[in-house]
Design a protein around this ligand. Sequence first.
Ligand code: NAD
Length: 468
Amino acid sequence: MNSFALIINGKRVEAAQHLDVCNPADGSVAGRMPVATEAHLNDAVAAAAAAFPAWAATPDEERQALCFKVADIIEAHAEELAQLLTLEQGKPLGGLGSRFELGGAMAWTRATAALSLPVEVLQDTPEGRVELHRKPIGVVGSITPWNWPVMIACWHLIPAIRAGNTVVSKPSSLTPLSTLRMVELMNKVLPPGVVNVVTGGGGLGGALSAHPGVSKMVFTGSTPVGKKVMEAATGTLKRLTLELGGNDAGIVLPDADPKAIAEGLFWGAFINNGQTCAALKRLYVHDSIHDQVCEALVAYAANIPVGDGRLETSVLGPVQNENQFNLVRELVDDARAHGGKVLLGGNPSNGPGHFYPLTLISNVDNGVRVVDEEQFGPVLPIIRYSDVEEAIARANASEFGLGGSVWSSDIEAAKKIAKRLECGSVWINKHGAIQPNAPFGGVKQSGLGIEFGVEGLKEFTTVQTLLV
Ligand code: NAD
C-alpha cells in the first residue's frame, strides 16, 4: 500500500498518527491518512506565507507556464490518480467516474492557466488616468468535499495560484488520498510552499478557517459547515468563496418528449450516484406526460449496472459513506410512509459496501423530506403538477439556489421560465453540465461568490485602484 504524507514547503512530512481511509465498496482499507497536528498546520501556513512574496512577484507568463506544467504532471499520472480515487471514493473508473473526473481536473487546470487579468484602464483623459489592478490576496485556505475531490481541489488551487496566491489545502478526511498524491505531484513543478496539503480529523478545517495567517478561504461542502467556516473567518475578516449545498429542481413542460429526455434526466440526477452539488434533486413533471416520463426513467435506470468501482463493468458505484447511505435510506423510508410510490429501487441489501439501488419515487410533493431536503444520493422524487406557475413556485420554495433546469421542445418558452428560477445556474434540456468558461455559484443559502472563468479568477484577487 502506498504511504501518504503531508506536503509542507515542498517536502513530504510524516505524521505520527494515521487514520484508515475505507473503500466504500467493501470496507477494505484504501490507504492511511496522516493526521496533522496544530504544529503541522502552523508550519503549512508559515510555508505558504514565506513563499507568497516571491510567487506573487513572479512574472505572470511564468506563473501561467507553471500552471500548464501542473496540468501536464496530472496528465502523466492520471491513471494512478484515477485508481486511487476509485479506491477511496467508490466511483467507477470508467464512464462518468474517476477517469472522467481526472479529465475534468486537467481541463479546468488548463482553462484556468490560460486566463489572465490585465490592467483595466477606466479613464485616460487630460484630467487624469485611472487604472484597476488585480493583486493576489495572500495565503488561501482550501477545504474540499468527498464527492469530486480531485476536480474540486483543482477548482480551488489553480485559480488561487494562477492569480499569485499560495495555498494550504485540506481535503475531506473521507477522500484525502488522491489530493495528497496530486499535491505531491504539483510540488514537482511548483516552487516549495506554493501549494501545501494537510489532512486530519475533526477540528483541522475549523483551525484552518480561523488561522490568522490565512487571508482567504475557499470552501466547497455543505451549507451548515459553510456557515461555520464563515463564522471562523470573521476574526481576521478573511475573503470567502463558499460553494454549498443544493436541492436543484427540474421542470418538465407538457411539450417535452419523455423518451427523448429520459437519458438527460437520468444523468442530471444520478451522475456520481446523485452525490453532486448541482444534480437534479427534485423533478416536477406536467400531469399530461407524468406517467410516460416515469416509465421512460424507470426503463433507462433499470439497465444501469451498479457495482464495485474497480470493475470496468460498473457504471455507478456505492454511496461514498455510511452517514450518506443512512440518510438516503431514511429519506426513502420516510417518503414511503408518507404515501410515496417507489417505482424502482428502494430496498438496499445488507452489504458488504454502501450500495443503495437507483431509486425513483412518485406521488410525493413539497412537505415530504425527500423533496425538501438535499438527499445527495441515488434517489429522485418525481412530483406531478398541472399548473406551471405552481411548479415554479414549488421549485423556488427552497432555502437553496444552486442549479435548476427546464425541459421542453420550445427553447424560447423554456428560457422564459428558466429566468424565473431562483438559482445560480439554469439549464435547458440538460442539468448540471458545468464547463470551465461558464461562471458557477449559488444564490440564497447555496453559497457566496463565483467559480470558473475570469469571474472566478477575480475572487482570488483584491482590487487596487491607481489614480494618476
Ligand atoms: P461537509 O460540509 O460535511 O464537508 C466539507 C469539508 O469541510 C470536508 O473537508 C470536511 O472535513 C470539512 N469540515 C467539516 N467540519 C468543518 C468545520 N467545522 N470547519 C471547517 N471545515 C470543516 O460536506 P461533504 O459531506 O464533504 O460534501 C457534501 C456537501 O457538499 C453537499 O451539501 C453538497 O451539495 C456540497 N457540495 C457543493 C458544491 C458546490 O460547488 N456548490 C460542490 C460539491 C459539494
